[in-house]
Design a protein. Sequence first.
Length: 228
Amino acid sequence: MSEPVLTESLFDFLEQLRRHNDRDWFNEHKSDFQRDVRDPAVRLIQRLEKPLAKSAPMLLVDPRPHNGSLMRIYRDTRFSKNKDPYKTNVGISLRHQAGKDIHAPGVYLHFDPDQCFIGAGCWHPEGRVLADIRRAIDQQPKDWLKARDHKAFREHFTLVGESLKTSPRDYPKDHAMIEDLRRKDFIATAPLTRQQATGDDLPALILDRIKRARPLMRFLCDAIGVPY
């Protein structure tokens, strides 16, 4: 039996970072961060790299500790009232290969002492991408409903995110798909328990969830004209 990739030490460090979110403390405990947080997260990405190359080849799975799929621990505080310098969660972004040129659907893994989840889809897509997705729902409502309500997908995923309070431009208020057309985000999340996050089968569980998200990912990719 393989050993867990992530352990409680990761969450222990993040909980301590919440209480001591300053540069002096972090620099003093940087080796703990690398051992308990960064390195295990990189190993998780490494475990996902080859399987996803087969099952979801359009997702970029980059295990480099810097400038790869693992998101930076450092917060951008330039335009935020919250000046805490560090994030208190681990984020792993598996971007679509078209992500450099277009806001394409992707997968996001989130590990936080309070909440862990897998996200799939488009979060805050740019205007042109959002318009393309809405157009696809309008013109292919049966395909959208088939993806949105796919049994294996809905067994674990829930659509989340923001919506307009009114109908979007060019769509009537009584449109049959108006609730979905109002969406500003086309993102779904599947929760993970802390026990699952620290279990020895976490990589297999993530691969299963990404497979189950395929109907949504494929519809969104088709809508904006990129492969999946």
